[in-house]
Ligand binder design. Sequence first.
Ligand code: PLP
Length: 371
Amino acid sequence: MRPPEHVVRALRALPGPACAYVYDTAALRERAASVRQSLPVAASLLYAVKANGHPSVLDTLARACDGLEVASGGELALALRAGARRIVFGGPAKTDAELAAALDAGAQINAESIHELHRIAALRPGAEVVLRVNRAGAALTGSHSMTGAPTPFGVDEAQLGQALAVPGVRIIGFHLHAVSNNLDGRAHAAFVREALRWSVATGIDPRVVNVGGGFGVDYLGDAAIDLNPLRAIDVPRGIDLIFEPGRYLAADAGWYAATVLDVKTTHGRTFAVLRGGTHHFRLPAAWGYDHPFTVVPVDDWPHPYPRPAAFDTPVDAVGELCTPRDVLCRGRHVRRVRAGDLLVFGRTGAYGWDISHHDFLRHDPPQFVIL
Ligand SMILES: *Cc1c(COP(=O)(O)O)cnc(C)c1O
């Protein structure tokens, strides 16, 4: 993915050595609009804050979507500050203080256990809640399956009767988030249809069916999930069908870039050493893949000494941390890379900065450039 010209311009304007995340709010708005076009007309579209909680991203997506999905008291506070019209609060480890704050804010709570239902009933007798269910056999393929397998999320289908019998709360629907990074739109549509059928078949007359997020992004190539099969889903009257993607809304609107500080070859392998690394962008290290990059040439070289460079060779893009695991990409062929050039990593707007170990080695954080 080559960065678009306006992103390159913004990167070239940074003082060197540069290290930055660029978030393109127009790209966020366009993506949200295109997702909405693909969803059933009456469906609700929320943005899952955990993918990228930068205030400018939240301000943009709180407006471009129907609201925000949060999974902690910290995210709840951010969503309120962003003026979200609607907030859904999930997560398996909510404290009483977080539950109370969410109830006070009028958020819809996705309860994750029978114990949590009891706690909500004690905090706010008569509260309406959505129950997260870990269904058997509802798995979708993607990077992380969260349903149909043992996980800390939701209650088993077999516990449904017990959950519905908890006094003092009213279960008004189900939360069935099942997968992350699914690239198969037809399979996703089949999963949503089945989620609706199952929810209606419980006999509770559900008002809410939340099918979570999980629309995928192809980090290694240009495959794209086709969301159009979702459009034709028949939503039974009276049901608020909620989608809450994170990755798909934010990934393509973010660019991570860092100046090459050194280029060197040791034991036959060539390294481009960056003013940045996995403490800013941990995803490739966490998932064990090589995140592609583009070399943006910077011709300026004001120094009297030779400029390190490598030509027509595979290069490992490595970071500034003192560990051999600080690798963003191994063995990517480059025509030329020199100290002082910029490496730009596309599709880094989701699960980039937010999931990384910022304080390891205490280097300066990246700049955040909002377009
Ligand atoms: C993480 C998460 C999402 C967003 O998932 P994506 O894969 O980023 O779309 C949505 N809902 C819940 C409950 C989640 O935990």
